[in-house]
Unconditional design. Structure first.
Length: 356
């Protein structure tokens, strides 16, 4: 095993397929392992680079391999697919992972820490509870409308339910069902509040999260999400790379020496992009209370362009500033020092917002 220079692992739930290569890229070993046997095998191997697809269980495996002295690398599955030869099977996938990892220009995914993964779980459960809350109110609206009772959109049906049941002649079992849905709604609200308080406590202990809170209109949920998803941001060479990774930059379709820029690419993390758009909309809605060079630039841009275009421009600025803060740029002093240069760079690099 001394001549192994690169190992590719096709991860699974119970079975793992490995493909080992030497320094020349020649296959020297391949085998199928169970999870315990894989750890035993890798513990006996000399320190080497081990590549995997960034998927379920990959971040735990990357941390485990680091403990064993190896150098794990995670690759997005979309970058591995072009290297799959002919028919697909698990060993071919492992070989394709090795081929992708050996490319000098390949981009890798930063392994998440245990704390980041736990925070992501909190966010996912909160999103699920919010969806259940909306679904509950929608069901109540639909049931009442079937009996000719129309209630304004939103949670108004919760507060008005007792009055509606008294003033209507609904069947008894339907009234009881609506009351149970009302209780379920209040339960979901309490669970969401509990999760949000946990997120806030974790954010208070997070240095990166505290820096992110210095961005205009960025609150607890947005700061916690960005901090959880990108960590210390070392996987990005600059804040502009972070903005590109979250789909905030124009999609390019250039050929024949002619540059063609389209709308934002909408690639990467949809959740972060959605939250940054909401932050930009809040900033514009409260623009009369905002001051500074950024607010002056937004006011000037609103005189010439639509609200939506300005929102996209502003949330791109917020994304780049979030990337800066995650990379370690210090708080308010750095923001004041760099905001003029940031706006100028934005205008020069993304002038398409103002031209099209």
């Amino acid at each position: 095993m001394e001549n192994i220079a690169l190992i590719g692992i096709d991860l699974g739930k119970n079975s793992f397929h490995i493909h080992c290569q030497d320094h020349r890229g020649k296959a020297v070993y391949r085998k199928k392992f169970t999870r315990p046997k894989l750890i035993e095998f890798l513990a006996t191997c000399p320190a080497t680079t081990i590549a995997m697809e960034a998927c379920g269980g990959s971040h735990f495996m990357a941390r485990k391999l680091e403990e064993l002295g190896h150098f794990p690398k995670l690759i997005s599955p979309q970058f591995v697919r072009p290297f799959v030869k002919s028919n697909k099977n698990d060993f071919v996938d492992a070989e394709a992972i090795c081929e992708a990892a050996s490319r000098p220009s390949m981009r890798f995914v930063q392994p998440r820490t245990e704390s980041q993964q736990a925070m992501r779980a909190l966010h996912r459960v909160r999103e699920s509870l919010v969806q259940d809350k909306v679904k509950t109110t929608n069901q109540m609206h639909a049931f009442l409308l079937e009996f000719g009772i129309s209630v304004p959109r939103g949670a108004a049906v919760i507060s008005r339910l007792s009055t509606l049941l008294e003033d209507s002649s609904l069947p008894l079992y339907l009234s009881q069902l609506l009351l149970k849905l009302q209780q379920h709604y209040h339960y979901l609200v309490e669970q969401i509040k509990d999760l949000e308080s946990q997120l806030k406590r974790k954010l208070d202990e997070d240095e990166v999260g505290q820096r992110l809170l210095s961005i205009p209109c960025v609150g607890t949920l947005t700061a916690s999400t960005i901090s959880t998803e990108i960590g210390d941001g070392k996987q990005y060479a600059s804040s502009r790379d972070f903005a590109a990774a979250t789909g905030l930059v124009p999609r390019q379709y250039s050929t024949g020496g002619r540059t063609t820029l389209l709308g934002i690419s909408k690639r990467g993390n949809k959740k972060i992009r959605t939250l940054l758009v909401q932050c930009a909309r809040v900033f514009i809605q409260k623009l009369e209370h905002q001051s500074g060079k950024l607010a002056d630039w937004v006011r000037e841009l609103l005189c010439r362009k639509s609200n939506f275009v300005v929102t996209c421009a502003l949330h791109l600025c917020s994304g780049k500033q979030a990337g800066q803060n995650s990379l370690g740029t210090d708080g308010a002093t750095a923001n004041l020092r760099s905001i003029k240069a940031e706006i100028h760079q934005f205008k020069q690099s993304f002038i398409w917002f103002c031209e099209y």
